[in-house]
Design a protein around this ligand. Sequence first.
Ligand code: 5GP
Length: 207
Amino acid sequence: MMNNQGVLVVVSGFSGAGKGTLMKALLTKYDNYALSISATTRNPREGEEDGREYFFKTREEFEQMIENDELVEYAQYVGNYYGTPKAYVTSGMEAGKDVLLEIEIQGALKIKQKFPEAVLIFVTPPSAEELRRRLVKRGTEPVETINARLSRAAKEAEGIEDYDFLLVNDEIDECVDRMHGLIQAMHARVGNHLNLIRTIREEMKDF
Ligand code: 5GP
């Protein structure tokens, strides 16, 4: 008997590290993933749709969600709230999907406390220069916001010891496959197969 529960995967990394692109590529290339959509109070960027990239909320709505205990975790990031809705995470894992959370570090650490079996992956670009170049190229934010994000990024590296894996995103296709490999390896953890072990041990006794 297998334990078919999916793996909870938390992906964090410097803003501009390419996490979003990685998540999309994973979802396109493999069918065992489900991406959790967060709620946020920040404004939609051009091209973003409510219910696709995020559930866009007012501060009041977000605080109501906190009050109603609808979030697994939430955090403030550069002046806005971001949080993970509960319902999707638990139902996805129960359905055997590997559930992806693309969240910042405070949230990631809260997830690790609540779900010790979650796997935390930190994604980094090869250098700070490359990071800045990507943020400027994306062109979705004014320079001040980019600078605020970069200085927040510098802080984020402080919690990196608590992550399980580090991925350097230099070449996207390679990085996607390495990430998939890490996550699939988590399925083989002994803790996921205690039922199987128990059954085999029982059967052995009968010989
Ligand atoms: P962005 O504004 O660039 O979309 O996201 C800013 C940061 O918030 C990113 O580091 C992103 O990973 C993080 N984030 C997105 N959704 C959530 C969430 O539900 N919870 C937490 N804690 N962080 C989130």
